[in-house]
Design a protein around this ligand. Structure first.
Ligand code: NAD
Length: 497
């Protein structure tokens, strides 16, 4: 059994709080590791080490930082299979999907290599009588990343890469359910020539998070996780004067119009609803069918495929779905399925019956498919975060648009249609942060940015892309003149002369 540590100042430090949390292999149900839960004293130490590393890293030339990020990116590619295997073992997502999720993190590292261009300021020459005006983007100091269980490589990379490239120092607090990757990524940064102390990882739970949120040396907090915790993190961090972006849960709708290619829609729904066992914040969990004919046909197409999902231990090749992350999470999803039944939705495929011979203690669940789900049902309003697709029947485009728009969550959505006009109207009007047009999971690439609306995101800046450059820097503006004669006294506010 593995015993995780903290990674502070380039050293592995054993936990001293006396509190630990178990890590499981969800494919077998066996305990695979123990992770220490940091005390506030250990958090204090991590911040002290990070703060000490800040001046030198911030003063490192932007070209040198870019070179470190370039070597870091190359090493991340080298270690991609290792990272994928680590996360597949602890998270349970199948290995091919794990490889893809690591790539989506590496892309953020790749984008950050262009930091000499991205962090350029602005210059206005001769704005008034020999005066030049220029601005620069300065790093903030010690910044924190707090990450969820479902993307243990990608999301730490989203956060850390631009934070580091812009000259900040990082304290990362990963999910205690699958902590292997963030620790490994921080080691890889040091292997790439990143100075020890610039990228630190502390393992922990609420005690660690609250200690970070309440320490005045922390300047910014990036959080991704469930909405109740996002709300707590955002409220506490901002009350304490920190910059904060806090991404929350999701309930992503796919609007399916009668003119769509329904075979293609069924294919798209299978991957988007059941890939990663539905444990993706961009998973499609609601199919909104315009017209009964669309719904009837989709039920016909989806039912045999959901029943035949290839499910197995996450490291096996060629599978479509692995287990859920923990026994508790599996129970939670099962409870939501029962809630849907109790609320009167039609459970067309019941994944609760699924068992895998030889893996009876693994956290497996089959795919579930609901039809005739109604907006007033709690199981529709809340996030399930499992392999459960809910079909809602509406009679018009406007009714479908209103469903996604009125839902509390607003992370992602998609529309499947052959009508450009309908797609354009949907993309324009829907109150959701990321929209796919005949694309089921519209996760933007690293040179754009990622973020939802409403209860899916608190704060002003998205993850990665230029939004991350803005989040991790503060602007300083300088007004300069080099006079050749004595400056005259002037008691009025400076104006153009
Ligand atoms: P979570 O909210 O339980 O945990 C997220 C982080 O918060 C972890 O590091 C955890 O240790 C910490 N935490 C948990 N309870 C805490 C508490 N009481 N006080 C302080 N910190 C606490 O989320 P999760 O279950 O790990 O992840 C799944 C959730 O994340 C889903 O809701 C999913 O939609 C969401 N998610 C959102 C996005 C997005 O971009 N919007 C992306 C990925 C995941």
């Amino acid at each position: 059994m593995k015993h995780y540590t903290h990674y502070i100042g380039g050293e592995h430090l054993s936990g001293t709080s006396g509190r630990t949390s178990p890590v499981f292999n969800p494919s077998t149900g066996a305990k695979s590791a123990e992770v220490p839960l940091a005390s506030s004293a250990e958090i204090d130490h991590a911040i002290t080490v990070a703060a000490a590393a800040f001046p030198a890293w911030a003063a490192t030339s932007v070209v040198q930082r870019s070179r470190v990020m370039t070597r870091f990116t190359a090493l991340l590619y080298k270690y991609q299979p290792q990272l994928a295997e680590l996360l597949s073992q602890e998270h349970g997502k199948v290995i091919e999907d794990a490889m893809g999720s690591v790539i989506r993190g590496i892309e953020a590292a790749e984008f950050s290599c262009g930091i000499p261009h991205l962090q350029k300021g602005e210059f206005s020459d001769n704005v008034a009588g020999g005066i030049d005006l220029y601005s620069m983007r300065k790093p903030l100091g010690v910044v924190v990343g707090i990450t969820p269980f479902n993307f243990p490589a990608m999301i730490p990379l989203w956060m850390a890469t631009m934070a580091l490239a812009t000259g900040n120092v990082v304290v990362m607090k990963p999910s205690e359910k699958d902590p292997a990757c963030p620790m490994r990524i921080a080691e890889i940064f040091v292997e790439a020539g990143g100075p020890p102390g610039v990228f630190n990882v502390v393992n922990g739970d609420k005690v660690a998070v609250d200690a970070l949120l309440n320490d005045s040396r922390i300047k910014a907090v990036s959080f991704v996780g469930s909405t109740p915790i996002a709300r707590h993190v955002y409220a506490t961090a901002t009350r304490n004067g920190k910059r904060c972006q806090a991404m929350g849960g999701a309930k992503n709708h796919m609007l399916i119009l009668p003119d769509a290619d329904l075979d293609g829609v069924a294919n798209a729904l299978m991957g988007a609803a059941y890939g990663s066992a539905g444990e993706r914040c961009m998973a499609i969990s609601v199919g909104v069918c315009v017209g009964d004919a669309v719904a009837d046909r989709l039920v016909e197409l989806l039912t045999p495929r959901v029943k035949a999902l290839k499910i197995g231990p996450s490291l096996d090749k060629g599978l479509e779905m692995g287990p859920l992350v923990t026994k508790e999470h599996r129970e939670k999803v099962i409870n939501y399925i029962q809630m849907g039944v109790d609320e009167g939705a039609d459970l067309v495929v019941d994944g609760r019956d699924f068992t895998l011979a030889g893996h009876e203690d693994g956290y497996f669940l089959g795919g579930s498919l609901f039809d005739h789900v109604k907006p007033e049902m709690t199981s529709y309003q809340q996030e399930i975060f499992g392999p459960v697709l809910q079909l809602v029947r509406v009679q018009s485009f406007d009714e479908g648009l209103a469903l996604a728009t009125d839902h509390d969550y607003g992370n992602g959505t998609s529309i499947f249609t052959r009508s450009g006009a309908a797609a354009r109207t949907y993309a324009d009007k829907v109150e959701v942060g990321m929209v796919g047009i005949n694309v089921p999971i519209p996760v933007p690439l690293a040179f754009h940015s990622f973020g939802g609306w409403k209860l899916s995101s608190f704060g002003d800046h998205n993850q990665y892309g230029m939004e991350a450059v803005r989040f991790y820097t503060k602007v300083k503006t300088i007004t300069a003149r080099w006079p050749e004669s004595t400056i005259a006294a002037d008691f009025s506010i400076p104006t153009l002369k």
